[in-house]
Design a protein around this ligand. Structure first.
Ligand code: SF4
Ligand code: SF4
Length: 108
């Protein structure tokens, strides 16, 4: 496994998200944002696993990827990749998807 693939990252159930912005405010790595529907969305390559977003969410709709239900990991829209990934990052991304059975593609 590559060094970058150690990160678990998070999954967001956007249907439950109430657009409060708490997770975006608390994330120390600017890894969360609002999408066009004012739902929280992860910027995949920025997340570094401190998990403060999970504790901040008033409706408990953010999960460690390793604990997220498969149905949420299959939904489109909850994460995107902001920058062009290096080959190492691309490898880590694929390892992460395979390891945690993330079947949704990132928002392009
Ligand atoms: S786990 Fe930490 S770094 Fe990742 S999105 Fe949540 S608050 Fe940000
Ligand atoms: S803290 Fe929870 S409800 Fe609030 S914006 Fe983030 S995901 Fe949505």
């Amino acid at each position: 496994m590559s060094e970058l693939a150690k990160y678990v990252r998070v999954v967001i159930d956007q249907e439950t998200c109430i657009s409060c912005g708490a997770c975006i405010e608390v994330c120390p790595f600017d890894a969360l944002e609002f999408d066009d529907n004012m739902k929280a969305r992860l910027i995949w390559e920025k997340c570094q696993d401190d998990f403060s977003c999970i504790a901040s969410c008033p409706v408990d709709c953010i999960y460690k990827t390793e604990e997220a239900p498969d149905e949420y990991k299959a939904k489109e829209g909850w994460y995107r990749i902001e920058k062009e990934l290096t080959p190492e990052e691309q490898k880590a991304f694929e390892e992460w998807r395979n390891k945690y059975n993330v079947t949704a593609d990132p928002v392009s």
